[in-house]
Design a protein around this ligand. Structure first.
Ligand SMILES: Nc1ncnc2c1ncn2[C@@H]1O[C@H](COP(=O)(O)OP(=O)(O)OP(=O)(O)O)[C@@H](O)[C@H]1O
Length: 256
């Protein structure tokens, strides 16, 4: 589904990502781990189109997308969430979801004048989808709450919900577990697993929470100093001496 080939991102003389090559298979939840500063988020930013690689290639669904703008990737189903949630904090939870699709007729001034029936119908459909999404995430009770008032975990669920308002195919999740309490964490894991199993989403998951990686991810890719160190099942990767060394003597489970 995704092929990253010899990807490089340089900031001045510093290589944040250094000839990174990896493949993501459709239908899998691929875990991306590695110590702080390994280049994981920088890699995500290049895959999502937020930054342009210094060199290398990215192919998605068989097509080269290296120079494609982020919004075009988004409309092809390549979407991401952020380490720090990007909600519109003064809008309600429901409004946050309704903001997402961005292709409804109401966005055009002309359509508002001449095709108001279509605009109204689009809006009703989007609202229904937003309610379904909130029900799925068990956030229905906070639909009218300002998003800024949600807990850290609820904001992470809302981020996941925003991907569900699109026809997402490949979802990049950047540290969904960070700042989330244990109860909501289990819920988040369950929802990711259902979206993968029943709705066919493919995920790449950056995470320091090794329990989550072990439960959800196969395969697991470990990066260090901008490069891919090893790829394999969780147990193999976790016990590889290069991985342990990359985490500077910590056990992988303590690395967060
Ligand atoms: N815009 C930038 N300018 C300069 N250096 C950057 C920039 N963005 C990232 N870096 C550097 O690139 C390296 C990789 O950062 P990145 O955020 O991708 O790591 P990471 O693996 O996601 O780390 P963490 O697990 O801490 O989030 C770091 O040394 C970081 O300081």
């Amino acid at each position: 589904m995704l092929e990253v080939e010899q990807l490089v991102m340089e900031y001045g003389r510093f290589r944040a990502v250094d000839r990174c090559t990896l493949t993501v298979e459709k239908g899998h939840i691929t875990g991306l781990i590695g110590p702080n500063g390994a280049g994981k988020t920088t890699l995500f930013n290049m895959i999502a189109g937020a930054i342009t690689p210094t060199s290398g290639r990215i192919r998605y669904l068989g097509e080269e997308i290296t120079g494609l703008p982020a919004d075009k990737r988004f409309h092809r189903g390549l979407v991401r969430t952020f380490q720090i949630p990007h909600e519109f904090h003064r809008l309600t939870v429901l409004e946050n979801l309704m903001m997402v699709p961005g292709r409804q007729a109401g966005e055009s001034l002309l359509a508002n004048w001449f095709a108001w029936g279509k605009v109204a119908q689009d809006e009703r459909e989007i609202e229904a989808r937003a309610h379904e999404t909130l029900d799925f995430l068990e956030l229905g009770h906070v639909a009218d709450e300002k998003a800024g008032n949600l807990s850290g975990g609820q904001k992470k669920l809302l981020e996941l919900g925003r991907t569900m308002m699109t026809d997402a195919k490949l979802v990049l999740l950047d540290e969904p577990a960070a700042g989330v309490n244990r109860t909501l964490l289990r819920k988040l894991e369950e929802k990711i697993a259902i979206l993968n199993r029943e709705r066919g989403y493919t995920f790449i998951l950056i995470e320091h929470d090794m329990e989550m990686i072990e439960k959800l991810c196969h395969p697991v890719i470990c990066m260090a100093e901008g490069r891919v160190l090893i790829e394999g099942d969780f147990k193999t990767v976790r016990s590889d001496p290069r991985v342990l060394e990359a985490y500077l003597g910590e056990t992988v489970g303590d690395a967060a």
